[in-house]
Design a protein around this ligand. Sequence first.
Ligand code: NAD
Length: 343
Amino acid sequence: MPAIWDLPDFDSHEAVHVFDDRPTGLRAVIAVHSTYLGPAAGGTRFWHYGDSQAAIIDALRLSRGMSYKNAMAGLSAGGGKAVILANPQRIKGQAMLDAFARAVDSLGGKYITAQDVGMSEADMVSLSKVTAHVAGLPGQGGDPGPYTARGVYLGVKAAAKHAFGTDSLSGVHVAIQGVGSVGGGLARYLAEQGAKLTLADVNAQRATDLAAELGGTSVPADEIMKIDADIFSPCALGAILTEASVNALKVRAVAGGANNQLAKGPEGRILTDRGILYAPDYVINAGGIINVLRHIENADDAEINRRIDAIPERLFAIWSESDSTGQTPAEVADNMAQKLIGR
Ligand code: NAD
């Protein structure tokens, strides 16, 4: 196993903290990628990893992603991420949560945590009884989904403007993969604007019901990336843009809320070479984190909305630089984010 500095995802992390609390069985990693713009902020994931190296790599990858996302959203927050390693011997109980909260607290505010996969709202409330460094608690803005959905809607509108030169979404055909919190919210915004919708979800009933309500159509989940549409909006899983799936797309733009859409990275180049506009995921889906971090920004509702409204400006800047330099939108976004965090 290579030393941590030699892992490809290390990317000059400022610190990687590893915790092991014998009495409670807590094993956790807190990765702090950058505090250049402010405290490193990012959620805690409770997940069953194949081995401990996979957990460290996940923390590093997600932590860097948060640096880029927070910077591009104009937040005074750096990027970090925590992962807690689950296994049958390590059950998430109160004692373990308390031990994790002490671990977060021991960093003295350099890392601010929030909810992520495997952690409930009740878990976050429990952490907040031990450490002040928890964001997005109930009463501090609530569910990030609707905020993310609004930002993604504005991003889809921006993609239609850039790709087709239209200010109106009327008749623009959007295929949405996953109609949960983000995709469902997006579908409602788009329906209000007269867009033509094709929806898919592994929970087929969910897609069928929403399509019936909004006047769209639904297709089986494994067909949504193959249909002829104007815009494909991934709002379910990450890593769905593979070489094969990108080559099969019959759309002019990809703009959606899912995290880490490009499976390996080079798919961004195939999209550009095929003339398909791409909205970098961490730029278009920042509405939720903008709201989650409202208390460290001292932002009220008007300010939150103003920041979400700025998502299209960021996208237009990225696409215009991509058009003039030939770099892919993903490359341009990464370069912009790196400059913002002083790298
Ligand atoms: P969600 O669980 O509410 O909805 C996801 C939906 O996708 C579900 O209805 C699920 O059945 C469906 N789904 C899962 N696999 C699918 C597949 N293969 N094909 C079609 N549908 C599938 O989750 P969400 O909060 O809406 O998040 C969606 C995506 O957006 C995730 O990638 C998430 O990481 C990302 N994201 C969410 C937020 C937020 O604020 N909720 C913020 C940033 C990014």
